[in-house]
Design a protein around this ligand. Sequence first.
Ligand code: SF4
Length: 123
Amino acid sequence: MENQATGISDISKPGGILYTTAMTDTELENTAPFWKTKTLRQMTDTEWESLCDGCGRCCLNKVEFEDTGEIVFTNIRCKMLDPVSCRCMDYENRQQHVPDCIRLTIEEVETLPWLPPPAATAS
Ligand code: SF4
């Protein structure tokens, strides 16, 4: 589908006409942010990593009760979580500091019940 120039009366300019361009679906897709047009599985590693909004919940210690499977958040943070920025102090090398730090993959996102809602719903 080709662009179509559309004339719309512009009441803010006396006698003026505002011309706008109708965008094709492909053009809209190319200008929309990736998180609106891609599934988690379609994202690049960089796009995937950029989804983190810095809430810090992933980096709080949690307790899982063996008998019920219930997971409870504590207010104890990982030693590498900067309490001011709410970011990892050495994200690139985090597993050197915290060997059991989990690298969240799409597969894990689909199975970990403790992830914050925005990450869990961005499928
Ligand atoms: S090492 Fe960094 S990313 Fe991993 S849990 Fe700690 S603060 Fe979070």
